[in-house]
Write a protein that binds this ligand. Structure first.
Ligand code: PGA
Length: 256
């Protein structure tokens, strides 16, 4: 069986009631299907992490955060550190999401520091990279991805790669209902993997590459079947109960 990672990014959605309902439904599915080859990750908003964790702590589902600060601790009003995220039971943090890059002007330097905070605190980084529509149309996709990796993963040691998951998320596909073709997704994932191997050699072979951007219960199965795809990072469809349940069900049946 192919190993699959299904990661949910709830963004700034849900409240405690919705968190409990989603987590309880996910727990039922996980307990009633064979999830041996599927890792399930959920990133609720900070305020809902503890309720998600309380429900899921005895399951294989890993709860994580959508962001962290790039410093270890200190006078950073309103911010949350990777250490605090680990302390509340989280196992991973999403870093480099395009909404953080674009809306909050996160630079490559900040993203690089965040990656290091996450890894230093023994958490896994779900590190997002992706090109804009303009970059895609100019044929720059691979160059953009390579540049992001080169600058943002600079200083990350081969040994740290065990705690890195890459999410390829074309910016133009996030929340738009658009996706690259299956061939494009597979080729881009292959490019990312080969680029990592060119930097880290064989240590990079363990780094999973997830697809993200308008992944849902309708288009998801064939994306997960692609040989270079190791799972998905899901936004909109991850907070619709029927959608995420359907996605989890077919993920547990992928044999490619
Ligand atoms: P989407 O978001 O599934 O709603 O397109 C994906 C993401 O932002 O991670």
């Amino acid at each position: 069986m192919k190993k699959i990672i299904i990661a949910s990014n709830w963004k700034m959605n849900t409240n405690i009631t919705k968190t409990e309902s989603l987590c309880n439904s996910i727990k039922v599915i996980i307990n009633s299907n064979n999830f041996e080859d599927v890792d399930v990750l959920i990133a609720p908003p900070f305020t809902n992490i503890y309720s998600a964790y309380s429900i899921l702590k005895d399951t294989k589902v890993r709860v994580g955060a959508q962001n962290c600060n790039d410093n270890q601790s200190g006078a950073f009003t309103g911010e949350v550190s990777a250490e605090m995220i680990a302390d509340v039971g989280c196992k991973f943090v999403i870093v480099g999401h395009s909404e953080r890059r674009v809306i909050y002007n996160e630079s490559s330097d900040t993203i690089s520091k965040k990656l290091k905070q996450v890894l230093t605190n023994n958490l896994t980084a779900v590190y997002c990279i992706g090109e804009t529509l303009q970059e895609k149309q100019s044929g720059l996709t691979n160059i953009v991805l390579a540049n992001q990796i080169n600058s943002e993963m600079n200083g990350i040691l081969p040994n740290d790669l065990k705690k890195v998951i890459i999410a390829y998320e074309p910016v133009w596909a996030i929340g738009t209902g658009l996706t690259p073709t299956l061939l494009e997704i597979n080729q881009t994932h292959s490019f990312i993997k080969n680029h990592l191997i060119s930097i880290y050699s064989k240590e990079a072979l363990t780094v999973p590459v997830l697809y993200g951007g308008s992944f849902n219960e309708k288009n998801g199965k064939e994306i997960l079947f692609l040989p270079e795809v190791n799972g998905a990072l899901i936004g909109g469809a991850s907070i619709k109960e029927e959608s995420i349940i359907e996605i989890l069900k077919f993920s547990s049946e992928i044999e490619a």
